[in-house]
Design a protein around this ligand. Structure first.
Ligand SMILES: [Mn+2]
Length: 328
């Protein structure tokens, strides 16, 4: 059976829904929640939005973002909820402990685009498209609901975030057509870009400067380190460390980018990014971490210099393996 129909049928049988997405949410998670919720309300459905960590500051411009509740903000009525809808979330665990308990007792519709989704729902719609909001846009259209400006902007945010503004491998003609529909629906494209990419605190820029000034680039690996001293010198916060490894990856000729962040108690957080075929999740796995082929990470105990040496050695080994497997 057409799965969109299956979802529509299930939705029409119920009135009260709780819609959740993964902890530490970004635009695809929050955009999916807000877009679907607002659309279902057109049908007179009641929706409660749940996210363990609430809405990050840069997404507070999305209309309805203040309706996303953390666990201790949930109202009494949550007991009357009939069905859970989980979005952009590869496993129930990613809702967070309390969220998992909250949803486990309910029939669940699971809508996601992560390849490793565990199909934990009673209905599972898992398609490896670029963004979950792309699937929500399809569903809204299928159900004959109206794409208004707030819905279109929320969904467009997910598309922009999960394609890095149409720069990733996941960009397709289909996606562009969907993005065009969202713009026709009134999505405020400029405000999405401003809020997602042009609201960096100045301290973040200063930290980026500190970190890049000591970056190194050898044998197609580019790496840098973040120490508490650099963070203090820039007047930066932990949040300001986001995105630096992505900047390293832009280096021409680099195959792997690696960022070493020194945490208290001699633990180093290692973030890895790749382009041109090296699977960095395999490097991370050697140290008990994980992730995707092009973005992965791990925590390694030890002194900074010693950890750097071990991880760089492993990267070189995996780069060598990629080369020889290509030769075959
Ligand atoms: Mn996503």
């Amino acid at each position: 059976m057409n799965r969109l129909k299956e979802i529509e049928d299930e939705i029409s049988r119920h009135d009260r829904f709780i819609i959740g997405s993964h902890r530490s949410p970004e635009a695809d998670a929050i955009g999916s929640q807000l877009g679907l919720s607002r659309a279902l309300r057109q049908r007179g459905k009641q929706t409660i939005l749940y996210n363990r960590d609430g809405v990050p500051k840069n997404l507070s411009f999305l209309k309805g973002s203040d309706s996303v509740l953390k666990h201790d903000e949930l109202p009494e009525e949550v007991a009357d909820v009939e069905m859970g809808i989980v979005l952009d979330c590869s496993g129930l665990d990613r809702l967070g402990d309390k969220g998992k308990r909250l949803f486990r007792g309910l029939p669940i519709i699971n809508i996601d685009h992560h390849k490793d989704n565990t199909n934990f729902g009673d209905i599972n719609y898992v398609e490896p498209v670029a963004a979950t909001t792309q699937i929500i846009a399809d569903l809204i259209q299928y159900m004959g609901l109206k794409l208004d400006e707030p819905i279109a902007t929320a969904l467009y945010s997910g598309v922009i975030a999960d394609t890095s503004s149409f720069r990733n491998e996941n960009v397709s003609a289909n996606l562009m057509a969907k993005a065009a529909e969202l713009l026709e629906g009134g999505a405020d494209a400029r405000s999405v870009i401003v809020n997602l990419y042009e609201r960096e605190p100045f301290s973040k820029l200063k930290l980026l400067g500190e970190v890049l000034s000591t970056a190194e680039f050898k044998e197609r690996i580019v790496w840098a380190e973040i120490t508490p001293e650099k963070i203090a010198k820039a007047g930066a916060t932990q949040e300001d460390t986001e995105g630096i490894v992505g900047k390293l990856r832009t280096t021409e000729g680099a195959k792997v980018a690696c960022l070493f962040k020194k945490l208290p108690e001699d633990t180093i957080k290692v973030s890895l990014r790749s382009k041109d075929g090296v699977d960095v999740s395999k490097v991370a796995a050697e140290f008990g971490g994980g992730g995707h082929r092009v973005a992965a990470g791990c925590m390694v105990d030890g002194e900074l210099e010693e950890v750097k040496e071990k991880v760089l050695k492993e990267i070189k080994k995996k780069m060598g393996a990629t080369r020889s497997s290509k030769r075959k």
